[in-house]
Ligand binder design. Sequence first.
Ligand code: GDP
Length: 530
Amino acid sequence: MSNRPALPPEIARRRTFAIISHPDAGKTTLTEKFLLFGGAIQMAGQVRAKGEARRTRSDFMKLEQDRGISVSASAMSFEYRDFRYNLVDTPGHSDFSEDTYRTLTAVDAAIMVIDGAKGVESQTRKLFEVCRLRDLPILTFCNKMDRESRDTFEIIDEIQENLAIDVAPASWPIGMGREFLGCYDMLHDRLELMDRADRNKVAESIKISGLDDPKLAEHVPADMLEKLREEVEMARELLPAFDRQSFLEGHLTPIWFGSAINSFGVKELMDGIGEFGPEPEVFKTAERDVAPEEKKVSGFVFKVQANMDPKHRDRVAFVRLVSGHFTRGQKLFHVRSKKPMAVSNPVLFLAADRELAEEAWGGDIIGIPNHGQLRIGDALTEGESLRFTGIPSFAPELLQSVRATDPMKGKHLEKALMQFAEEGAAKVFKPAIGSGFIVGVVGALQFDVLASRIELEYGIPVRFETSQFTSARWVQGDKAAVEKLLNANKQHISYDHDGDVVFLTRLQWDIDRVERDYEGVTLSATKEMM
Ligand code: GDP
């Protein structure tokens, strides 16, 4: 099955993926069913992602009590059949955020969930485009087939047209809404029948020898059967057949139809990821490509989560292991600080027993509790200086200045802001002249979230105010030219949390002016993190 024979079996059986969807399409429900089938939870209904329920979910991880940290289930691992699945959570809020983008740099594939009645929605499209930047293989799950949905061909057409990707049906729905019976598995010639009586039960699977098998008539009423035969015949004629290579290159997505809430189609989808992969991928660094089968351990931090508990200041760095076989206690080389780091208490988010990680392999996600040494983009290796590329930091689209309501708390505010900046929750700029800070975000809602987190976690009431600036650009270029720019434009200059120089302005004209007048200087809307 694997077309990469060099992979050790433990790595070849890893599947590391994220779910992308528009809010309400059914991501949480699907996640819940994955965990249910992965034996991680006894009953669905324990994983709820919203509001109050977020807390339930982090309780589910039990890490708060065990280790004094909260991770709100940013990554979960579970076993199903021959495979180890690592599911990385993409943040649920509807504002596109860097966090989401970076999550997608840590996975090898994505499941795109769409609502059968709504088709491709705005957020689906945005996230899809991000996946496309990396040519991530995408598996599609068309959910809520137990409700009135669109015509199957129409759904497939819409995906093909809207997202410019070939769609190969892996299953074909039989009926819809109240009439929805189940699916015809087009890849294995099986009939999958949904059990309406028990939502947590896996569908009944009946082996069929093609669409002319008389057994079909025992399960599907005559009129629906006729329609099914017609449609499948047409689909085989008009739509591309599944092609693994094309899928792995991100040009074709297999689509399954189902109903997450009824546990229907979920098992087939999981089998699909298992069967078609991809296995852990090769990652690029500035120096060379790193293959998962390399003996030495390497990985990078793609997310840092600060403690939700104000009494502790620990964070967890989420590391995507890219290569090798990691064992607990192993000393790794922290490339940015050039210092060794003993990783004595890594957390593996094994949903079933949520224990300390004794070992992990290329493809896995581990959490490393730390006091701030580990930042987004940092590489860990066994000594080699590698810099993983493609983990960008975007220029924020919205800027506001922030002040503590109590001026005595300025210093504390600085600390809080720096921590959020490290977490990647916001950009924080310290102007070269004057006091105070400018905070940049991608979506307006993030200001509210930040204000309440600063108050809740640090006890500092703050006020966000309109800033005189609207754009931020990282200044790059040779030292002398940058120096010249700095001296002549002090009122525009600020420093981000890494101390890098950032040019702030409200006029595109200013940006053009700098690029014209200062040879050797470029103003960039992204910064590669390391
Ligand atoms: P998320 O916002 O993408 O995480 O979506 P949720 O999983 O929270 O689901 C949104 C709503 O759709 C909830 O009320 C679910 O119960 C419901 N839902 C999820 N899957 C299905 C399904 O297969 N059929 C039906 N009818 N409702 C579903």
